[in-house]
Structures are given as C-alpha cells and as structure tokens.
Design a protein around this ligand. Structure first.
Ligand SMILES: [Mn+2]
Length: 365
C-alpha cells in the first residue's frame, strides 16, 4: 500500500485542478467520485466532476436532489474539449461510447471491473492505475483516504455516499469481500444514518409502477424465459428497465428475464437477467445482440446484462409508423429470447447488430 500511496500522490500532484470522469451514473460511481474529490480537495487540488448518462434512476435522482449535486457535478458535454488528462473511477474503459466521442487520457484510474488486457497496454505508464476485484470502487477510494490519514467530519456527505456506494454495489454486502466490509464499517462511523436510510429506501415515482404494469401486461413466457417491454420511453426513464428486470427474475421458474423499451424513439435498450448457472449469459446475449451487449455476474448467481441497439433513422422513423416499429421490435425480441436460434441465424444477427457502427455502443445494465 505504501508504494501505491506514493504513486497516487505523485499522480495527483500533476494536477492543479483534477477533472474526474464517471462513465455511468450509479451510487458507486457517484460515491467514488465524491471520495476522490474529497481526497484531492484535502490535498489542495481543485476538482471538476463530469458524468456520462443521466440521473434517471429514482435512487440517483434522490441522491442528486438531496445533496444538490448540480453544484458539484456537470454533464460530460460541459467538459472542455482540450481537457484530456483526468481521473476515472468505477470504470477503466477509455474507448467508451458513453463518453460521446470525447478523448480522455486518464492519469488516475481506480476501478473494480474486469479489464481487457489490450486496453491495459494503452494506459499511461506514469499514471496511477489501480484495478482490483472488490465489490465496489468506493472501497478502494475509502482505503486510499484512510491510508492518507484523511479524516471525515461526522455526518459527512462523502462518508454517507461512500458507504451507500459499497452497500449498493455489493447488494447489501451479500457480494462484499472482507475489504468492502472493512471500508463500509469505517465509513459508516462518519455517515449520516438517517440520510443513508432515506437514500437506500428511495421513493419510486408513479410512472415506475405504470411501467411495471405495462411490463406485466406485455410479458410473454416460454418455458423458463420471459421477455417483455414497456414501449416508448425517454432516456431519463430508461433505468426503470433494469429495476423491472431485477424484479422479474425473482419469479419462481424464470431463468432468463429480458425487458426492453424504445428509448427516445431512436434505440432499443435491453436489460437482461439470468439465473441459470449452466448458461453462458455472455454468449447468449452476444449471439443475439452482438457486440452491443455486455454482462457482469454477481456472486449471488444472477447474471446482469444488457444491450443497446440503434434503430434505423430517417425514412424508417416517425410518428406515423411508431406502432409498426414497436410491433416489429416486439416480434424480433420475442423470437430472439424465446426461440432457440439456429447457428445460421446467429451469424446473421451478429452481422446485423455487431457491425462496427454499433460496436461499443452499449449502455447497459
Ligand atoms: Mn461499481
């Protein structure tokens, strides 16, 4: 750890002002970014946090409103184009479509996701790259803060959101490693327990229940697989797909649950869950949705995955054919999920969705 600390300090010292980038909005990314911000501020370095995506998930919205994060975090489009050197937490992908074409050269990377070896070679040798398999990125940031002897105020925002990050990413500590548990309990000493409780049992908007009703009305079940959709939704509401999928996979006898919606009239977002340990869910989604899909498996046995498919634009879009578009996607999705595909068909689908244009265009889970 001592060597790590020295390397981190020298990487941080390279910045007068540190831009921190998060490529998705979730409690771990938010908590990690705020912990790194706190460490940097306490080390005399200013910080700007930029986020990709939206604060659409009801829990993220609650966090955003409660702590007025609009004054602390800015959408990625606000990041000046000439700024490339930055820190990235809870992700280590540099070529990430979620960055919307922005080129970043991170000098600090702290992440807990598996990383592609080919990507690893691109990292700056002089930078600080720390990737460990723990339950939450916030665990590593907390370890860093405590190793640097940075103290937290009682009821601090950073400690509260750091603890929430670990609690959330480890599914209430079920998937936690010993390091997560230690970091969590240390942060909890400084966390505001009342706020923690409120942010954990966040309110769900009425729209969510309406979408849930649609998901139930529209579901199609064949043997142990379920597929359903919630129709046309805005990108702000699209996180509801994953909450619905999380719930549907809990139905007895369902091994694969897939929910989808047409987001902003322009793409199909898919949230998929799998309980079947004998099925390679990565392959299952790849065969059906090509390179636009991704999976992470939690140790409690539920594989979480998703895909993102762009719909044809221009001539083949518009309000006049919305109904037909929905019916077409529905037919295709039900076929892909419920029917066992022939090998020939799999290849065909790969060509359709897995082409370069759609590569890395997923925004998942
Ligand atoms: Mn995470």
């Amino acid at each position: 750890m001592t060597e790590k600390i020295e390397k981190f300090k020298s990487a941080l010292a390279g910045f007068k002002s540190l831009p921190i980038v998060i490529t998705q909005v979730d409690p771990d990314a938010i908590g990690s970014a705020l912990l790194l911000r706190y460490i940097a501020l306490r080390s005399g370095v200013n910080v700007d946090i930029y986020y990709c995506g939206y604060f659409g998930h009801p829990q993220n919205r609650t966090i955003y409103t409660f702590y007025d994060l609009s004054s602390i975090m800015l959408p990625i489009k606000e990041m000046p184009k000439e700024v490339k050197s930055c820190a990235i937490v809870d992700s280590s992908q540099i070529n990430d479509s979620r960055l919307q074409g922005r080129v970043i050269e991170p000098a600090i990377i702290i992440d807990h996701h598996d990383v592609d070896i080919r990507l690893k070679e691109k990292y700056d040798e002089n930078g600080f790259v720390w990737i460990d398999r723990v339950g939450a990125a916030a665990t590593m940031l907390a370890e860093l803060a405590f190793a640097l002897n940075i103290d937290f105020l009682i009821n601090s925002m950073e400690a509260t959101l750091g603890a929430l990050a670990i609690f959330n990413d480890t599914k209430m500590l079920i998937n936690a490693t010993a390091r997560d548990v230690t970091a969590y309990s240390k942060l909890l000493e400084y966390a505001d327990k009342d706020i923690f409780r409120q942010l954990h049992s966040y309110p769900l908007p009425q729209r969510y229940f309406e979408h849930f009703k649609d998901a139930i009305n529209n579901w199609k079940i064949k043997e142990s697989r379920l597929v359903t959709n919630i129709g046309f939704i805005s990108s702000k509401e699209s996180d509801q797909l994953s909450i619905i999928a999380d719930n549907l996979i809990r139905m007895p006898d369902i091994q694969v649950a897939v929910t989808w919606g047409i987001v902003d009239n322009s793409s199909v977002r898919v949230s998929a869950r799998c309980m079947d340990p004998s099925l390679s869910f990565q392959d299952f989604l790849r065969e059906r949705f090509g390179q636009s899909s991704g999976v992470k498996t939690s140790t409690i046995g539920v594989a979480e995955g998703g895909a993102f498919i762009k719909l044809p634009a221009g001539f083949w879009s518009g309000d006049d054919i919305k109904g037909e578009m929905l019916a077409l996607v529905k037919r295709k999705m039900e076929h892909l999920v419920l029917d066992d595909l022939e090998i020939a068909e799999e290849i065909e689908d790969k060509e359709l969705y897995g082409s370069e244009e759609f590569k890395d265009s997923y925004e998942i889970l």
